[in-house]
Write a protein that binds this ligand. Structure first.
Ligand SMILES: Nc1ncnc2c1ncn2[C@@H]1O[C@H](COP(=O)(O)OP(=O)(O)O)[C@@H](O)[C@H]1O
Ligand SMILES: [Mg+2]
Length: 286
C-alpha cells in the first residue's frame, strides 16, 4: 500500500466540533482513490493531515510503508500536492514561480516548458501570475505539483474554476499520470470526474466515511432496475416508470407499450450522485 489510513480522527484547535471521525482507507500503488462529499465534509482536512500540514491527529497514517511521523523532509520529494486555492507568487511570472519552487527539491525536476504546454498555459509569458485568470492559476498550481514527478499525487478539487474543455483536459492529465504508475488521492465533489477516474471512492459526510468501494459496485448495489417510458397522450408527452423486478409492473409496462404512442423507452442507470444521496441521505451541491 502506498497509503494506509487507520482510525484517523481530528479536531481543529479551539474547535468544538470534531472534523474527522475514525477514517479508514488505503491507496494501492497506481490507483486513484476519490474522496467525495459535500462542502465541510472533511476532505481538505484529510489531505492536509496526510501531507503533513496539520498535526495533532489521532490514529495512524502510513505512507510508503512508514508512519507519517517517521517521514522526514524527503517525503516532499516523493509527493505532489495541489491545493484547493492557488498559492502562488502573484508578482512573479509563471516560469519564475516554477523555477523558484524547483529549488526546494533534492531530486531532479521537470523542465517547466513541456508541462506548461500540456496544461495549455503560455510559455515565455511576460505577465505576472497576478494577471492570470482563476482557471490559469489553478492549472499552474496543478502543474507545479508535478514538477518533482511525484509517486503520490494529492489533488484538492482539481477542476474548480475550469471551463468544460479544461476540465476534460485535466481529467486526461490525471489519467496519464495514473498510467505512468502514480498513485492519486483525489478530493472532489464532482461526481462525473470521480466516476470516470477513480478505482475506489470513499463517500465522506460530516467527517465520517459512509462507504468505500469501486464506482461500479456502488452503482450495481444500488441499481433500481427501472424502465422509463415516454409516450404521447392527449397532445402532450407523459412519462411513467416501471420496475423490472415485479410481475404486475412488467405487465403494466407491456400493456402501455401495446396501447400508447411511444416516444422513448430507457432503462435508468443509477448515477453516482443518486447512489450518494441514497447512502448518505445528503446531496452534493456546494
Ligand atoms: N482552520 C479551521 N479551523 C476550524 N475548523 C475548520 C478549519 N478548517 C475547516 N474546518 C472545519 O472542518 C470541517 C471540514 O472542513 P474541510 O475539510 O475544509 O471540508 P471539505 O474540504 O470537505 O469541504 C468543516 O466543519 C469546517 O468548518
Ligand atoms: Mg475542501
Amino acid at each position: 500500500m502506498v497509503l494506509a489510513v487507520s482510525r484517523l480522527s481530528y479536531t481543529y484547535p479551539r474547535s468544538a466540533v470534531q472534523a474527522l471521525h475514525d477514517l479508514n482507507f488505503e491507496i494501492p500503488e497506481g490507483q486513484i482513490i476519490g474522496f467525495l462529499g459535500p462542502n465541510g465534509a472533511g476532505k481538505t482536512t484529510t489531505q492536509k493531515i496526510i501531507t503533513g500540514i496539520l498535526s495533532g491527529y489521532e490514529g495512524e497514517v502510513r505512507v510508503f510503508g512508514k508512519s507519517l511521523k517517521e517521514l522526514g523532509s524527503d517525503y516532499y520529494n516523493r509527493i505532489g500536492v495541489s491545493f484547493e486555492y492557488p498559492n502562488l507568487y502573484n508578482r512573479l511570472t509563471a516560469e519564475e514561480n516554477l523555477n523558484f519552487y524547483r529549488r526546494f527539491f533534492d531530486v531532479p525536476t521537470e523542465e517547466p516548458a513541456a508541462l506548461l504546454a500540456r496544461f495549455n498555459l503560455p510559455i515565455g509569458d511576460n505577465r505576472t501570475v497576478g494577471q492570470y485568470s482563476k482557471g490559469m492559476k489553478m492549472r499552474l498550481t496543478l502543474l507545479r505539483s508535478l514538477l518533482n514527478n511525484p509517486q503520490l499525487w494529492f489533488l484538492d478539487e482539481p477542476t474548480t474554476g475550469q471551463d468544460p474543455e479544461h476540465s476534460v483536459m485535466i481529467r486526461d492529465i490525471i489519467r496519464e499520470q495514473r498510467n505512468k504508475g502514480t498513485s492519486i488521492f483525489l478530493t472532489t465533489h464532482n461526481m462525473t470526474l470521480a466516476d470516470e477516474l477513480c478505482d475506489r471512492i470513499a463517500f465522506i459526510v460530516d467527517g465520517r466515511i459512509a462507504t468505500f468501494d469501486t464506482p461500479r459496485n456502488l452503482k450495481i448495489a444500488h441499481a433500481k432496475r427501472v424502465v422509463r417510458v415516454e409516450y404521447r397522450e392527449d397532445g402532450s408527452v407523459k412519462a411513467r416508470d416501471f420496475s423490472l423486478e415485479d410481475a404486475a409492473s412488467k405487465e403494466a409496462f407491456i400493456d402501455l407499450v401495446r396501447k400508447a404512442t411511444i416516444e422513448t423507452i430507457h432503462t435508468m442507470e443509477p448515477s453516482l450522485e443518486n447512489v450518494f444521496i441514497e447512502i448518505t441521505g445528503r446531496g452534493l451541491s456546494i
